[in-house]
Structure formats: C-alpha cells, structure tokens
Design a protein around this ligand. Structure first.
Ligand SMILES: *Cc1c(COP(=O)(O)O)cnc(C)c1O
Length: 379
C-alpha cells in the first residue's frame, strides 16, 4: 500500500468548508465571547431550522446519531423486551441503539437491488411482541413511505426512521424523518450534513415526545434540578450547532451535486453491466441524496470486489465498503442470526464497493474512476 495521498479521495470535506471557513471562525469567536456553550441560542435556532427543513415541527439536538435512536426509542415508550424490526444490512449503530434501549433487534433481509429493508420479508418477522420498525434510509435513499406506512398500519407498529444517511432526502412527497413517529439524524463529519465532531438530532411532530426527549438529554430534568426522568447527558454542543447553522443553507445544493455525480456514474457504468458492475438501484430519482454511491460486483465480473478495490487503490482511487460484514456475523452480535439467515445482505456485503462521492467531485474525476474500473476488468 502506498502512503501517498490518493489522487481521488473517497471524501473531500475541505472542498465544502473552504468557502465558508471565515464565516465559521467568526461565529465560533462570537460564541467564545458570549460563553454560550451548552443548550444555547445557536442550538435552539438549529433545532427549529433543521426540523422545518425536514418538514417536521420539533428537533432535539443530542450528542450523536446513536443517542438520537437509543433515547428516541425510549421516549417513544419502547419497553424492555419489545421487539423492533431492523434491516440486517445497516451500520452497527442502529443495532447498538436498539440494545441500549433494552429492546430486541429482529433482523430482516434486504431488497437485492436497492439494499433497503425488504418489507415483504419483514412480514414473517412479526410476533406479538413487535412494537416498532426502524427503516434505515441507507446510502441516502428513503424506504418507500407508502409501503412503510401500509406495513406499519397493518401491524400497528411505531415507525422510527434511522435517517442518519438521509438529510433532506425525498420520496413520494415525503422528506426523510417525516414519515413516522420520530426520526434520528447524525451530524458525524462525513454525513451529508456534518459538524466538526459528533452530533445528532431527533425530530418529531409529537410535542410530548419532544419534551420527553429534552429531559432525557439533560439529566432527565424538566427544569433545573427537577428530575422527572433518570435521563442522561447527551446534548448537541452549541458550537457544533452554530457550525451546522452556517452549513444548512448549502445542504440542498450539496445533495443535488451528489445526485448529479451519481447520474454521471450511472451513465458511464451502464456499458459495464454485462461485465457484472451494477450500481445499487435508485427508485427515488432526484430524492436520493447519495450519502454513499455503491456498486455491486456480481458473479459475472471477471474479478472480485477485493481485486477491484486493490487495483483502484494502485491508481490512487480511494474506495470504501458499506458494510463489509453484516451485523449478525459480527463477533459481538452472534445471537442475532447465523450465516445463511439473511442471504441477500450477506451477498451484498461481499460484493459492494463504494466509489468516491462528495459535492465538488468533478465529471473528469468520475470519468477517471470509471476508466480505471474498465481497465481493471480487462486485465
Ligand atoms: C452514522 C450512522 C448512525 C450513527 O450516528 P453517529 O452520529 O455516528 O452515532 C446510525 N445509523 C446509520 C445508518 C448511520 O449511518
């Protein structure tokens, strides 16, 4: 492995930060002067703005996306032993949060084309203990709201969206986070909207739920030193919120840039389909915000995923795998299932590769990536 920086990195955050850096530095200076660090003015402003942008009334900033799910589930009255349906192919944080909420994650296989949870497979996971479903809007594409609402209504389930990869994604007229009872977002730096550390938010239209969440994140305090819940300490820092306030107005444009880049990839990769290079399907057109642009290297390909990734790395093209091992095959989570239980998720984990994707990725760079893939397949 060469230690030179990649010619085309997997993500490039400095591109988006350069033009707004002076504004961010000035805002941080202001907050230092005011000493407004915890549950401050910028946080309240960002909570309102981000919830509104997502088509929802209330936002509650917390320390990270994982906490937004874990505390959010508890605020939704999920009790110990309740079963929650989750996709088998998600980032492990979805599962961690369910376990932190003392509920039981019930894994379900995914759709082979979109990699999103397969709601037909979810039918067979329903028991008398099933209380909720967590759709994960994986890679920036929403699970179909109409199908989700139909499924949840028929089984009387709470919908709690894991929208950590889907800031302002859209499908069927819904924005991510506005379908169900509540939704969780992450502002980890490399998410489509990221801060300069860890951050997260729960959004909801339910005023009571928002109020409970506000106590949970702040030592369970309804007002100072009145502890109505046990709660914890999990707040989005005011400094991080101030940075997010500055970044939020750019998000739609950044998402559009990603979608355009994905369309360019799709067009250029089309002739490689017969050679086993298949982009993960987009069923939501411009509403897909492409947190990740993933392709699948199927059995038809002359080379496997590992070889392709190595060859691209040799050409200075950095790629990722989201995710290489499904949750039920991770050492700490062996009680969630056995090999063979979720075959489509298992196959995807072995065959997917995430290509460089960020706002500012140029068409020339995309062409270079696809050319490098072509060369790898031909030798
Ligand atoms: C990033 C992510 C999370 C966790 O967010 P953190 O802020 O890192 O805690 C949860 N679910 C999914 C799908 C994610 O991508």
């Amino acid at each position: 492995m060469s230690s030179r920086p990649p010619k085309i990195p997997f993500v490039n955050l400095s591109l988006q930060h350069q033009p707004i850096q002076p504004q961010i530095v000035a805002e941080i200076g202001k907050i230092i002067e005011q000493g407004d660090f915890i549950l401050g003015h910028a946080l309240a402003e960002f909570e309102t703005a981000f919830a509104a942008a997502s088509g929802v009334q209330y936002g509650v900033g917390v320390a990270c996306g994982t906490d937004a799910i874990a505390l959010g589930l508890q605020a939704c009255d999920i009790n110990p032993g309740d079963e929650i349906i989750v996709p088998a192919n998600t980032f492990i944080a979805t599962i961690i949060a369910v376990i932190q909420a003392k509920a039981i994650p019930i894994l379900v296989d995914c759709d082979p084309e979109t990699a999103l949870i397969d709601l037909t497979a979810a039918e067979t996971a329903i028991t008398s203990k099933t209380k909720a479903i967590i759709p994960v809007h994986l890679y920036g594409q929403m699970v179909s709201p109409s199908q989700l609402l139909d499924f949840a209504n028929r089984h009387n389930l709470i919908i709690f969206e894991d929208a950590a990869q889907a800031h302002l994604a859209e499908r069927e007229g819904y924005r991510a986070g506005s379908i169900g009872k509540a939704a969780a977002f992450s502002f980890y730096p490399s998410k489509n909207l990221g801060c300069f550390g860890d951050g997260g938010m729960l959004i909801t239209n339910d005023a009571e739920l928002a109020k409970t969440m506000r106590t949970f994140r702040n030592y369970g305090a309804l007002s100072k030193y009145l502890h109505t819940e046990i709660g914890t300490n999990s707040r989005l820092d005011n400094l991080q919120a101030a940075i997010l306030n500055i970044k939020l107005p750019y998000l739609e444009q950044w998402n559009r840039d990603r979608n355009l880049a994905a369309q360019h990839y799709n067009t250029l990769l089309e002739p490689l389909k017969h050679k086993g290079i298949v982009p993960i399907a987009n069923h939501s057109s411009l509403g897909h915000i492409y947190h990740i642009y993933a392709i699948q290297i199927t059995e038809k390909s002359p080379i496997d995923r590992h070889t392709l990734q190595e060859k691209l790395a040799q050409e200075g093209i950095q790629t990722g795998i989201h995710y290489p091992v499904p949750c039920h095959l991770q050492p700490a989570y062996q009680n969630l299932g056995n090999r063979g239980d979720f075959p489509r998720a298992e196959t995807l984990c072995e065959q997917i590769l995430s290509l460089p994707m960020y706002p500012g990725l140029s068409n020339t760079q995309i062409e270079q990536v696809v050319k490098a893939i072509e060369r790898s397949l031909n030798c």
